[in-house]
Design a protein around this ligand. Structure first.
Ligand SMILES: Cc1ncc(COP(=O)(O)O)c(C=O)c1O
Length: 388
């Protein structure tokens, strides 16, 4: 077993370490305050109060009302819930608009809808991963039930112009959902300035545990729950609340709000120095999405002539964690749909690695990455019949 201290962890878009303050905040609800928050006694009221505090903390991060936050089991459920709700409340509408670069937690539900007879428009992106607002306007139809467009891409970090997208959706009267799972905590989000119906976040991308998330539901939006059962979450999501994880998500949101500006500057400096040094040290290196607005922490790099799967194995031997395309594709040789949608050819997509920095990265991590990554790339290129 590898000791976590030996790891150079550059995969913060896959998941993040739990912040010690978050662990501290959730611990009492794991250890002592185990009451079912729906029970009538005071012992349960304490848990209920903690959940409501978490709701306020998450609402503050997003710039909305606490009553507009529904806790879920994570980003995937939040995304599915938004899509489900938009379709259930508008049964006459059989069309949705999304993009060709969504995470599978939107892409797969959208594909499933196609199989069930819905029309789905997958908006294309350009070589830098950018969307065309014009294409969005043109795609809207009278029977469009939902626009679901991610705020920031998990593989490239490319940020979509959510303010412009929200203005288009609002003007045309089409409900808007955004998967903000990668954006939350990395860039400021303010729903008062960017109006929409639904927004998804996930705990484990912002230093809270896995298996908890939230869906913002605009108080004026029509809503139908996805998970049916008891009357939890004001009848919007059934199931006994995962109180310790919800408390953790609240604390993580509070910290993210307090730190987002300072942290993004720090992380951006790591990312920029990393990219600059790779470009200086190696030939045939390209940064995916370099011309687009990007999350400060994400670096998706094409190292011409290598196979990312082989690179991952060698980096793993060096205790460096990063991913090829997205983590969900590890073990599969299919090139990333995101990079393919950006127009990368097979060889380029399969030569891409994603590095994502985070709160707990240090100068030492950067130095080590800049020692190991170029070495691994050179070694692979020396073995490659094409380049050698
Ligand atoms: C953009 C995006 N959406 C959705 C998800 C899924 O979130 P969760 O793991 O909380 O279900 C992820 C996680 O990788 C993601 O990056």
């Amino acid at each position: 077993m590898i000791a976590p201290e030996q790891i150079t962890y550059l995969d913060n878009n896959a998941t993040t370490a739990i912040d010690p303050e978050v662990l501290e905040a959730m611990r009492p609800f794991q250890e002592k305050y185990y009451a079912n928050p729906s029970s009538g006694y005071r012992f349960a009221a304490h848990v209920r109060d903690a959940i409501e505090q978490a709701r306020e903390q998450v609402a503050a991060l997003l710039g909305c009302e606490p009553g507009e936050i529904v806790f879920t089991s994570g980003g995937t459920e939040s995304n599915n819930t938004a899509i489900h709700s938009a379709l259930e409340t508008q049964p006459e509408c059989k069309h949705i608009i999304t993009t060709a670069v969504e995470h599978s937690a939107v892409r797969n539900p959208a594909q499933r809808l196609q199989e069930r007879g819905y029309d789905v428009t997958f908006l294309a992106v350009d070589r830098s991963g950018r969307l065309s607002a014009r294409a969005l306007v043109d795609a809207i139809r009278p029977d469009t039930a939902l626009i679901s467009i991610m705020w920031a891409n998990n593989e490239t970090g490319v940020i979509f112009p959510m303010q412009e997208i929200a203005a288009i959706a609002q003007e045309r009267g089409v409900p808007l959902h955004t998967d903000a799972i990668q954006a939350a905590g990395k860039i400021p989000i303010n729903l008062r300035e960017v109006p929409m119906q639904f927004l998804s976040i996930s705990g484990h991308k912002l230093h809270a545990p896995k298996g908890v998330g939230a869906l913002y539901v605009n108080r004026r939006a029509r809503f139908r729950p996805f998970v049916l059962g008891g009357s939890h979450e004001n009848n919007r999501r059934a199931g006994t609340e995962n109180a310790p994880s919800i408390v953790a998500l609240g604390k993580a949101a509070e910290i993210a709000l307090a730190k987002v500006r300072e942290e993004s500057t720090r992380v951006r400096s790591f990312r920029d120095r990393f990219e600059k040094s790779l470009l200086e040290q190696l030939s045939d290196v390209q940064i995916n999405g370099a011309d687009a607005s990007r999350l400060p922490n994400t670096s998706s790099v094409i190292f011409g002539g290598i196979e990312s799967e082989a690179a991952l194995l060698m980096l793993d031997q060096e205790n460096v964690c990063c991913s090829a395309g997205s983590a969900c594709r590890t073990g599969s040789l299919k090139p990333s749909h995101v990079l393919t949608a950006m127009g990368l050819v097979n060889n380029e997509a399969r030569a891409s690695l994603r590095f994502s920095f985070g709160r707990f990265n240090t100068e030492a991590d950067l130095e080590r990455a800049l020692d190991v990554v170029p070495r691994v790339v050179r070694k692979l290129r020396a073995l490659s019949p094409v380049i050698a």
